[in-house]
Design a protein around this ligand. Structure first.
Ligand code: NAI
Length: 328
């Protein structure tokens, strides 16, 4: 039974995510932090008769919220409007994430940090650099939440071929924006891709890479994915808690992580690509990342997708890391 903090808890993702986490018996204290309306959301959730205590913490109370947390989930910041890329959010969200990471370093340096705020490809390096600066960085404990790409892939694949159950896991690697999202559809059992024309495969891949745009467009200025993201964020958080609190083994989820989290399985990939961060299937253990599962044999089509993803990822990573290192 542990303390979990949601930073940005009163937002479009934060509220349904808090509701989903309120249902877990693994959490004893759910601390909701936001610069607006956190006490209101906390009061509402606190009436639900599950085990956890719920507390709300406003603008001036970040330290109090984060104190001694086991896990910190961060969906704080601004979402996209139509026509915006995730990278366009950097200007505002980078500073928010830096300040929250400082709060983690000062109040719960051993916490697992789960970053939802975009652009994830850059916000995760920001968190890692801040924690390094404070001498408390553990690459096994910082996760970029790219689970929504996996959730969407499973759903969209099952729509293309109803014989594939929507719960079928699809491996998605790379990063969490546009061309950096690389679904490895060739890994779906039962020869799923063999039944697809090249055109259909291209369409499906594009839909997975830009699925977020469908929601941004449909919401027409009122934000981006919140409910499906809350589902994905809760799925990831609860799996991590199952491993770190309940000691379950063999649990796997895709995540955008610092590759030093598992040097044994990433050293070769790192030196070949020059990447420090990459989204890959990760197996959880009691300390966070227990194994980064090496890339499987990919198809020629997927190889091309990876070739497009890598240079873009490098730019995103350098942008996030230098936001902290250049201001030192
Ligand atoms: P929202 O605007 O509805 O909520 C954000 C919340 O963060 C607001 O309640 C706001 O008051 C709060 N906030 C702002 N500054 C803060 C600070 N310094 N400390 C604490 N809280 C602060 O936005 P929404 O839709 O919930 O999205 C949040 C973030 O998640 C965005 O950056 C969005 O791009 C990202 N996102 C990530 C996805 C992923 O797959 N990783 C998917 C969808 C969205």
């Amino acid at each position: 039974m542990v303390k979990v903090v949601i930073c940005g808890a009163a937002g479009g993702i934060g509220q349904p995510l808090s509701l989903l986490l309120k249902q877990s018996d693994l959490i004893s204290h759910l601390a909701l932090f936001d610069v607006v309306n956190a006490p209101g959301v906390a009061a509402d959730l606190s009436h639900i008769n599950t085990r956890s205590k719920v507390t709300g913490h406003g603008k001036e109370a970040m330290s109090e919220a984060l104190k001694d947390a086991h896990t910190v989930v961060i969906p704080a910041g601004v979402p996209r409007k139509p026509g915006m890329s995730r990278d366009d959010l950097f200007k505002i969200n980078a500073g928010i994430i830096r300040d929250l990471a400082e709060g983690v370093a000062n109040n719960c340096p051993n916490a697992f940090v789960l970053v939802i705020s975009n652009p994830v490809n850059s916000t995760v390096p920001i968190v890692c650099e801040v924690l390094k600066k404070h001498g408390v960085f553990n690459p096994k404990k910082v996760f970029g939440i790219s689970t929504l790409d996996v959730v969407r892939s499973s759903r969209f694949v099952s729509e293309v071929n109803p014989a594939v159950d929507p719960s079928t896991r699809v491996t998605v690697v790379g990063g969490h924006s546009g061309v950096t999202i690389v679904p490895l559809l060739s890994q779906i059992p039962g020869g799923f891709v063999d039944g697809l024309s090249e055109e259909k495969l291209g369409e499906l891949t594009h839909r997975i890479q830009y699925g977020g745009d469908e929601v941004v467009k449909a919401k027409d200025g009122a934000g981006s994915a919140t409910l499906s993201m809350a589902y994905a964020g809760a799925r990831f958080t609860l799996k991590l808690l199952e491993a770190t609190v309940a000691g379950k083994s063999g649990l796997v989820e895709s995540s955008y992580v610092n590759l030093d989290a598992d040097v044994e399985h990433t050293a070769e990939f790192k030196s070949k690509t020059g990447l420090d961060y990459f989204a890959q299937d990760v197996e959880f253990g009691t300390e966070g990342v227990s194994k980064i599962i090496p890339l499987p044999e990919v198809s020629a089509y997927e190889k091309k997708l990876l070739e497009a993803a890598i240079p873009e990822l490098k730019i995103n990573i350098a942008k996030g890391a230098s936001f902290i290192t250049d201001s030192a």
